[in-house]
Design a protein around this ligand. Structure first.
Ligand code: FAD
Length: 453
C-alpha cells in the first residue's frame, strides 16, 4: 500500500523530506504559500549569503594593498544591481528545487494550508487526506512593539533587498548571528554601522574568544558597538531615531531589527489536531521529529530545535525515514557545524567553550592564532585562530572553532573528526597542504597530542 504524505511548508525541512519520501515510494503532496525553497531560499539564508558575496568582494578589494595592489579612483557598490542579483538568484534556486521535486514525482500545491484533525490538510477548498503529515512552516522575524517595521526605514532582514540605496547610517538592533552578519556586510560596503547589543559582547551564543575577536575587528573597521536594549524606533525626517532603554538615542538613516524569530503556527489548526507547542510557541518534537499527535511530524524552524537550514533538512529527512519504517538515527545536535558569515567568518562544531568552562564536559583545548601561519602571512591575514577540544585520556576530538576567511570551508575536517570520533593523534597524522590555513588545524592537533603525552 502506498503511504500518502502531506507536507505543509516547502523550505529545506519540507522539500528535503519530500525528496526522501518519494524516493521511498510514498505519494507526496507539498503545499507552500510563498514558494518552494521556503523563506530559506526566497528571503533569509540564500539572499543574505548572496548579498554577503558582494561584501566579501569589497573586503578583498579593501585589503588588496596588504599584498601590494593599489587602485586609482573609487570602488562602489551598485545597490540596484546587487539587489536584482540577490532576487534573481533566489528565484532561480526556488525554480530549480521545484523542478527537481516535480521530476521526482512530488505534487506541489500553492496556498496557505491548515492541519485538520485526522491527518488531513486543507488548502483552499481542497482537503487532502494523508497517512502522515509533516509540518514545516518555518518562522518569521520577531517584531518588538514600538519598533514595528515600515519596510522603508525600520526594517527586518526581508525588507533589505527592496531598498533603493544603501543606508548612510544603519543601526542594527540585535547582535546574534543575523545582526552580526548584516552589520559586517554593510560595514564592508562602506556604510556607517552602529550595532546595538543587549549582551556584553556580540554573538553571545558563540565561542567567547571568537566573539571577542570579531568585535575587535568590527570596532577596528569603524563600527560602533553599543551595549543596550532598544526600547523603540521612531521615524523622523529622513531617517530614524532608535531609543534605548537607558534613555539614550541613536539617529540614523535606517534601523534593521534582528531580534530573533517566531514560529509560523498562526491558524495552522494545531490545537484542534492535538499538536502541542512549547512556551515559545514552537511545536514540540522528539528526536525523530514526532509531534504529540499521532502521524503528525514537524521539522525545521517551526520546532525551534536549532534554526539552521542543515538541521531543518535533517529533521525533515528523519521524519520521513521514521514514518516510512526505515532505520533511522535520532537527531544528534552535538555534531552540527555552524557558521557566522561575517568578516572573518566564525565556524564551530561540537562541544563549546562554555560547556567546558561550566564543567559539563571534560576537555583539553588548544588555540592557535592564524597570525603565525605561513599562508596567513602570505595573504596578509592578521586576525583569526583555530581551536580544538579533545577528550582527556582517549584524545578524541570533541569540537573546534575556526575564525578565518572561509572558516565555513575549513571546519569540515573538524566536523569529520567529531562525527567519527577521530583522535588528536589521527588528526595530527593527516597530511595538510603546505602552506595552508588548514595546516593550523593539524598543528593544533599535534599540540594536543603533546598535552596528552
Ligand atoms: C537572515 C538569515 C540568514 C540565514 N542564514 C543561514 C545560513 O547561512 N545557514 C543556515 O544553515 N541557516 C541559515 N538561516 C536559517 C535558515 O534560513 C532556516 O533555518 C531555514 O529556513 C529553516 O527552514 P524551514 O524549512 O524550517 O523553514 P522555511 O525556509 O522558512 O520554509 C517554510 C515555508 O513554509 C511556508 N508556510 C508557512 N506557513 C504555511 C502555511 N500555513 N501553509 C503553507 N505554507 C506555509 C512559508 O511560507 C515558507 O515558504 C538563516 C536565517 C536567516 C533569517
Amino acid at each position: 500500500m502506498v503511504t500518502r504524505i502531506a507536507i505543509i511548508g516547502g523550505g529545506p525541512a519540507g522539500y528535503e523530506a519530500a525528496l526522501v519520501a518519494v524516493q521511498l515510494g510514498a505519494e507526496v503532496t507539498l503545499v507552500d504559500r510563498d514558494g518552494v525553497g521556503g523563506m530559506c531560499v526566497l528571503a533569509d539564508c540564500v539572499p543574505s549569503k548572496t548579498f554577503i558575496a558582494t561584501s566579501e568582494a569589497m573586503t578583498t578589494l579593501s585589503h588588496a594593498d596588504r599584498v601590494g595592489v593599489h587602485g586609482e579612483g573609487t570602488v562602489s557598490v551598485q545597490v540596484a544591481e546587487v539587489h536584482a542579483r540577490v532576487k534573481a538568484l533566489a528565484l532561480a534556486q526556488s525554480n530549480d528545487i521545484a523542478a527537481n521535486l516535480v521530476r521526482h514525482g512530488v505534487s506541489i500545491l500553492n496556498g496557505p494550508a491548515r492541519l485538520l484533525p485526522g491527518r488531513k490538510v486543507q488548502v483552499g477548498s481542497q482537503t487532502i487526506a494523508a497517512d502522515v503529515v509533516l509540518l514545516a512552516t518555518g518562522a518569521s522575524p520577531r517584531v518588538v512593539s514600538g519598533a514595528d517595521p515600515d519596510g522603508e526605514r525600520i526594517l527586518d532582514w526581508r525588507h533589505l533587498y527592496d531598498l533603493k540605496e544603501l543606508p548612510t547610517h544603519l543601526v542594527v538592533v540585535g547582535s546574534g548571528v543575523t545582526g552580526a552578519e548584516f552589520a559586517s556586510a554593510y560595514l564592508a560596503m562602506g556604510c556607517q554601522v552602529t550595532l546595538v547589543s543587549s549582551r556584553d559582547r556580540v554573538l553571545p551564543s558563540e565561542d567567547p574568544d571568537a566573539a571577542e575577536q570579531l568585535q575587535q575587528v568590527f570596532v577596528r573597521n569603524g563600527m560602533r558597538v553599543l551595549r543596550g536594549r532598544a526600547a523603540g524606533v521612531e521615524l523622523q525626517e529622513g531617517g530614524v531615531l532608535v531609543k534605548l532603554v537607558d534613555g539614550s538615542t541613536v539617529a540614523a538613516s535606517h534601523c534593521l531589527m534582528t531580534v530573533g524569530s517566531v514560529p509560523n503556527t498562526t491558524d495552522l489548526g494545531l490545537e484542534e489536531a492535538g499538536v502541542q507547542v512549547d512556551a515559545g510557541g514552537f511545536i514540540k518534537v522528539d528526536r525523530v521529529s514526532r509531534t504529540t499527535a499521532d502521524g503528525v511530524y514537524a521539522a525545521g524552524d517551526v520546532t525551534g530545535v536549532l534554526m539552521l537550514a542543515s538541521v531543518a533538512a535533517m529533521q525533515g529527512r528523519i521524519a520521513m525515514w521514521h514514518a516510512l519504517g526505515e532505520a533511522v538515527a535520532p537527531l544528534r545536535l552535538a555534531t552540527v557545524s555552524a557558521n557566522v558569515f561575517t568578516d572573518p567568518e566564525v565556524a564551530s562544531v561540537g562541544v563549546t567553550q562554555k560547556q567546558v568552562d561550566d564543567g559539563l564536559i571534560a576537555a583539553t583545548s588548544i588555540k592557535l592564532p592564524l597570525a603565525t601561519n605561513a599562508r596567513a602571512k602570505m595573504q596578509g591575514l592578521t586576525d583569526g585562530f583555530v581551536k580544538l577540544f579533545c577528550r582527556p585520556g582517549s584524545g578524541s576530538i570533541l569540537g573546534g572553532v575556526v575564525v578565518a576567511p572561509r572558516a565555513s570551508e575549513l571546519i569540515l575536517s573538524v566536523s569529520l573528526a567529531v562525527q567519527h570520533g577521530l583522535t588528536a593523534d589521527q588528526f595530527a597524522h593527516t597530511f595538510s597542504i603546505y602552506p595552508s590555513l588548514s595546516g593550523s588545524l593539524t598543528e593544533a592537533a599535534r599540540q594536543l597530542m603533546l598535552h596528552e603525552a
